[in-house]
Write a protein that binds this ligand. Structure first.
Ligand code: SF4
Length: 353
């Protein structure tokens, strides 16, 4: 087990269970997350006995290995990581004027089978461990001289399908003896596991983005099989009750698929649906990728759609497509896995969750 698989509280329990003073856990956290050591022997202010105890129980250092890196013409960087069992995941660093946002994966593959997403064609391979989530941030931050400012859980996988490891990773990333990232700079995105939205809010404070993508159950059922289990009404109820950090708003994401969810009527339906909710809406023109069957709408269509939804008093932005040329944009991550299943919204998708 990598020591980063423990939450700060679990590390504290381990230390006190060995009869060692609690402040030692804080020292260990600083060595791992702030100084970035790769061996317990480097923790020179710990006794030799404690270092031996830690060595016999845990591994320390990187839990994943860099296997490839691609740079887009717009500056976006996609990192391919190999896991210790040979599986693969991807992370994407999106530089912008004021921030460098790292999009991290929470699973290898994904069970939810959204029909517009390449990861969904891979199927779920396995959950990532906390250390494998945290190391995407620690390693990319190291490669880029500490430049990562924000983290979004919008890479491979449904984060709430791996909620225990997600929360452990978040507790470490926000711990004041660790990287001490502000919860305001971390966003967890979900395709709509309504009961787990509540659970996440009960367990930790972060921003929430809900991948909505349709104004009606009829359309959403066709492109997101999870909607058959948690329809829009249930999803919205859980979402509006989520405790977002102070001065932050709930976010909705809307991937625009030409001829599927981008008509004027869809925009009016969406405006009615979100009207009165304190939220931001991001419109994401679909990023085309083989073998996905959809087309991206014209910019004229996207602007018209935006105009209609704005008329309902909703804050609507069009998300820039970054890293398209390296398959690093939203919905394009597959970590070199071939598609194992055809898209089409199997009713079974998500049933195991
Ligand atoms: S959009 Fe998210 S939840 Fe849906 S298949 Fe892709 S990774 Fe999974």
């Amino acid at each position: 087990m990598n020591i980063k698989d423990l939450s700060p509280a679990e590390l504290g329990e381990f230390v006190s269970g060995k009869g060692i003073q609690p402040y030692r856990a804080r020292q260990i956290g600083k060595w791992i997350y702030v100084r970035g050591v790769s061996s317990f022997d480097e923790m020179t202010d710990l006794s030799k006995d404690l270092r031996e105890t830690l060595k016999s129980a845990f591994a320390v250092g990187d839990s994943i290995e860099l296997a490839g890196e691609q740079v887009s013409k717009d500056g976006t960087r996609k990192y391919l990581f190999r896991l210790s069992d040979g599986n693969r995941i991807e992370s994407v660093l999106i530089p912008d004027k004021k921030r460098n946002t790292l999009c991290v994966s929470s699973q290898a593959g994904c069970a939810l089978g959204c029909t517009f997403c390449l990861t969904g064609t891979v199927g779920k391979i396995r959950n990532l461990k906390p250390s494998e989530i945290i190391d995407q941030y620690l390693m990319v931050n190291r490669f880029t001289n500490g430049s990562v400012t924000n983290i979004v859980f919008m890479g491979m996988g449904e984060p709430l399908d791996n909620i225990d490891n997600l929360v452990r990773a978040l507790e470490n990333l926000t711990d004041r003896n660790g990287p001490a990232l502000s919860p305001r700079r971390i966003t967890v995105s979900t395709s709509g596991l309504a009961p787990r939205i509540k659970e996440l809010g009960d367990r930790i404070s972060v921003n929430l983005a809900v991948s909505l993508n349709a104004p009606t159950d009829e359309i959403r059922n066709k492109i997101m099989p999870i909607n058959k289990r948690y329809p829009i009404k249930e999803l919205l109820k859980a979402s509006v009750n989520f405790p977002v950090p102070p001065r932050k708003a709930l976010m909705f994401e809307y991937v625009m698929l030409s001829g599927v969810n981008d008509s004027d009527k869809d925009a009016y339906d969406l405006g009615n649906l979100l009207s009165g909710i304190n939220c931001k809406l991001n419109l994401i023109p679909f990023n085309e990728a083989q073998p996905l069957p959809y087309k991206s709408p014209s910019m004229e269509r996207v602007l018209r759609f935006q105009e209609i939804v704005i008329s309902f008093g909703i804050n609507v932005r069009i998300r820039k497509n970054r890293g398209r040329d390296i398959l690093g944009a939203c919905g394009q991550l597959a970590a070199t896995y071939p598609a194992r299943k055809t898209t089409g919204g199997s009713a079974a998708a998500g049933a195991a969750i």
